[in-house]
Design a protein around this ligand. Structure first.
Ligand SMILES: [Zn+2]
Ligand SMILES: [Zn+2]
Length: 297
């Protein structure tokens, strides 16, 4: 699947805007040069549980088929102890998906977990991960890296705005992978904190309508718009009602039907579970890392 076929227009626009912010290229290049994936790997390995074919395999096994369908190399998958339900993807050449224990606590339905992992893989497919990494590092260490607020503040605003828009494209990727809006929308509701016995009865259309009321509020006054901008300025994700509305309206488009059919027809390209590189279906050993591929589909 090619990200150009489904990327959300607001994501594309926000990314162009971000690339045009003065100083952004310098900061991004600085991070690219100084941020080492080996360091990140070491830190993650020391603090988190690496999910693998032999460690929590029931979770791990959801990952390779998604990567196979999307045509991306397998990222590393980690579990971190954090009661807040969350997932993120970080890295550049080597990529790491992190799921929190709170997420796995909330999301007990296999399809919904698939949709969340597909969302993260969607970020990889859309090439969001490097900018996302820049965002995470800047938010946490921007000032200690020596960047002054004058340079940092406009970059942070633009990057956070882009991050929120980028969610809409990743939502599209997971919706295509799952084949319809229902599961990804319910997974979103669940992440907002709703347990299964509540969220399974929520009417999605009616919930999405709430986003319309919010849009009208913004359209009617500049002051409201300003307040709204202040409210979301530091948020990583757009409001759930907005995301659900965007998923529902996109799945009603012919573009979605076309991609869904293409996804259903796409063969799953096998990946080596050890190094994540593409292997052929007949290979007995991975030609990149020598891993024994017996039993890998
Ligand atoms: Zn996301
Ligand atoms: Zn390998």
């Amino acid at each position: 699947m090619n990200s150009h076929e489904f990327i959300h227009p607001e994501d594309e626009m926000a990314m162009r805007n971000l690339e045009g912010v003065p100083g952004f290229d310098t900061v991004a290049r600085f991070i690219l040069e100084h941020f080492t994936e080996n360091l990140l790997h070491g830190l993650y390995m020391a603090q988190m549980v690496r999910i693998s074919p032999t460690q929590l395999p029931e979770i791990y096994n959801l990952l390779p088929p998604i990567c196979g369908k999307f045509g991306i190399d397998l990222p590393e998958l980690y579990l971190t102890m954090d009661p807040a339900p969350n997932a993120w993807t970080i890295g550049d050449k080597r990529k790491f998906i992190v799921l929190t224990s709170g997420l796995l606590d909330h999301i007990t339905n296999k399809k919904e977990l698939q949709s969340i992992i597909a969302h993260e893989c969607g970020h990889i497919l859309c090439r969001h991960v490097f900018y996302n990494t820049v965002a995470i590092l800047l938010v946490n260490f921007g000032e200690s890296l020596g960047f002054g607020q004058v340079v940092l503040a406009p970059i942070l605003l633009a990057i956070k705005y882009w991050q929120r828009r980028s969610e809409l494209s990743a939502d599209r990727a997971s919706t295509v992978y799952i084949g319809g809006p229902d599961v990804p929308c319910r997974a979103l509701l669940r992440i907002c904190g709703g347990p299964d016995n509540l969220t399974k009865n929520i009417n999605l259309q009616e919930y999405a309508e709430q986003a319309k009321a919010y849009d009208e509020l913004l359209a009617n006054s500049k002051w409201n718009k300003l307040l709204q901008n202040m409210a979301v300025m530091n948020a990583d994700h757009p409001f759930a009602a907005v995301r659900i509305r965007e998923i529902l309206s996109w799945t009603a488009s012919p573009q979605f039907d076309r991609l869904k059919d293409a996804m259903a027809r796409a063969a799953v390209e096998p990946r080596c579970p050890k190094c994540g590189k593409r292997v052929t279906a007949k290979a007995k050993f991975c030609r990149y890392c020598g891993n024994n591929l017996k039993g890998v589909k």
